[in-house]
Design a protein around this ligand. Sequence first.
Ligand SMILES: Cc1cc2nc3c(=O)[nH]c(=O)nc-3n(C[C@H](O)[C@H](O)[C@H](O)COP(=O)(O)O)c2cc1C
Length: 215
Amino acid sequence: MSEMIHIDPPPELDMAIGEVMFTQRAIRRLRHDKPVSDESLRVILEAATKAPSGGNSQPARFLVIRSRDKLRAFGALYHEAWWAKRRDEFGWTGKSDIPQGSVYEMPARLADEMADAPVVVLALSKGNANAASSVFPGVQNLLLAARALGIGSVLTTLHPQVMERVYALLGIPQEVHFHCCIPLGYPRGRFGPTRRFPAAAITSWDSWDGVPPWA
Ligand SMILES: Cc1cc2nc3c(=O)[nH]c(=O)nc-3n(C[C@H](O)[C@H](O)[C@H](O)COP(=O)(O)O)c2cc1C
């Protein structure tokens, strides 16, 4: 593997890290009329390569789906996978099963629209089947870099029912492991802030029931 040493970050990644982290969120409504450039994808994937991995083993591999035909085929498989997960979880078979106002409304819409996403990136890994903990730091870098470029993203998953067809569609060797898929595109509409637990509510200090000084 040829290794490149980049010390200077790409000049496009000039948003302050705090703003990037505090405004990054799941963006599922993507503009279909504004493409994501190859250059933006290079910057995003450069950022992904900078993440840590166990022993610097760097098992993560990223497969970018750009071809409209492949995006359409992948979108159909994603749609099938999304509904297969809901069937497994809740026995749902169609939109009328989704409770109104539930957190599943937007993901269901993404399942409908995945085929129209400008780009989808698959996070994969070579080697050890338990590489996830060395893949997701890179995925998080990817999400943050996309945010810094004004590009929306959301981490999503698939279902065993479609995996064989996804591998065949994209020529992925059997020994390569799938971790998640991330549609990318410029956001459509406006997005508010994230809602998260306060840090004090999820932090212990010195022991499980210890309270941080800023609680
Ligand atoms: C492991 C994981 C799996 C996820 N799977 C899906 C998914 O299948 N479909 C989807 O639309 N969003 C998925 N998401 C996105 C989450 O729903 C989203 O990050 C979370 O609700 C927070 O959204 P927010 O940042 O907009 O507040 C997933 C996120 C993670 C970390």
